[in-house]
Design a protein around this ligand. Sequence first.
Ligand code: 5CA
Length: 449
Amino acid sequence: MRFSRYFMPVLRDVPKEAEIVSHRLMLRAGMIRQQASGLYSWLPMGYKVLMKVQKIIEEEQNRSGAVELLMPTIQSADLWRESGRYEAYGKEMLRIEDRHEREFLYGPTNEEMITDIFRSYVKSYKDLPLNLYHIQWKFRDEVRPRFGTMRSREFLMKDAYSFDLTKEDAVKAYERMFVAYLRTYARMGLTAIPMRADTGPIGGDLSHEWIILAETGESQVFCHRDLLDKPIPGKDTDFMGDLTPIFNDWTSLYAATEEMVDEAEYEAAVPEDKRVSARGIEVGHIFYFGTKYSEPMKASVTGQDGKETVVHMGSYGIGLTRVVPAIIEASHDENGIVWPVSVAPFEAVLINLKAGDTDTDAACDKLYAELTAAGIDMLYDDRDQPAGSKFATADLVGIPYQLILGPRGLKSGEVEIKHRKTGERESLPLTEAVARLKGLIEPQRMTDI
Ligand code: 5CA
């Protein structure tokens, strides 16, 4: 992408309304724009990051055996009356009436709708297990939308729903999602810790919140330090096999949110030097809730014995539009964002130090074409702007590698690479730039972990 033809409205000033660093940086880097309280446009560079996050989620959901579909944002009130949640949900639900005075709502979640789809088609135990997911906008009329897209009113969520014949099978489905989540966050460069959690309005008796430790987090959390650097199950994990040992291994170490913590239990379970009590951001939440929706909505299948059996369900959410600021909270410095390669809006930026100079332009154009052909997701800063301002922008928006080329380097046949994360700089022959950059970037795409 040529910067001169892109749309990246970078702000010079620190926006006053933004209280936390990720919100400030997302506004300054031109990633998002607030349209009304809790409603945001995703500008091109922000949207690019959001789509990279989405792709990782889809790959890991698919790997675990879940199947993607898409349900509408608007749902009928009658469907929600069947589960009893239409009245129970309260003011957080945005209620809508159409021209025929029929009642609708903007979906805050999709348990009812997916249960309706399931009961319409699935009739036999032979079609189970089944896990269906979508990635769709939700609306919750939050009392206090704040921190940009971290707690907004409209937000993008991945929500998956599992259907099984028995509780035992449903727990296996839960374990598959649990392992998929471990891999998903790791691939985004995040350390997300599964913590025993309260189930709130979704309901049920088995639930984990996925927490990123950050000072700006909204909840207090308690866990065992060893959870912070536990190795993640590899991509060869057999999702058709038994995942209970992995699940038990992770859940044997203490981790709980403030609603669930028992001080005495925590102190007994975790030696003093291993105790982590910190603030956390909830980037995902998974639930097993049995027959809470399938029972009132009559979602059942014929079992092996020919009897009608109400199915056991779970639901599994990830807030994509919250994950993006959470990554920034976990990875930034005084100059701006430091993106992990796997979710970076661009993997590298080529900085032309003297745009307008014929020889430099020609060399940069050629290098840009080669880097793009090598499959590197490139931004090419071809604007006629002072070098200092280009460096500051590259740092602010957090592109992992900067390739710097000007007339002097061209004369000696050398290009400079700056590593955004460490600040390290290296000079190398122009002819080696593509191979070197590929070598740096490819392993960090995390497609092979
Ligand atoms: N139906 C279940 C799971 S599919 C559900 O709705 N769970 S939830 O309420 O916990 O939401 C799932 C995830 O969505 C949360 O973990 C969080 O990452 C994200 N989320 C929830 N509310 C908001 C919000 N107001 N702004 C941004 N993200 C949100």
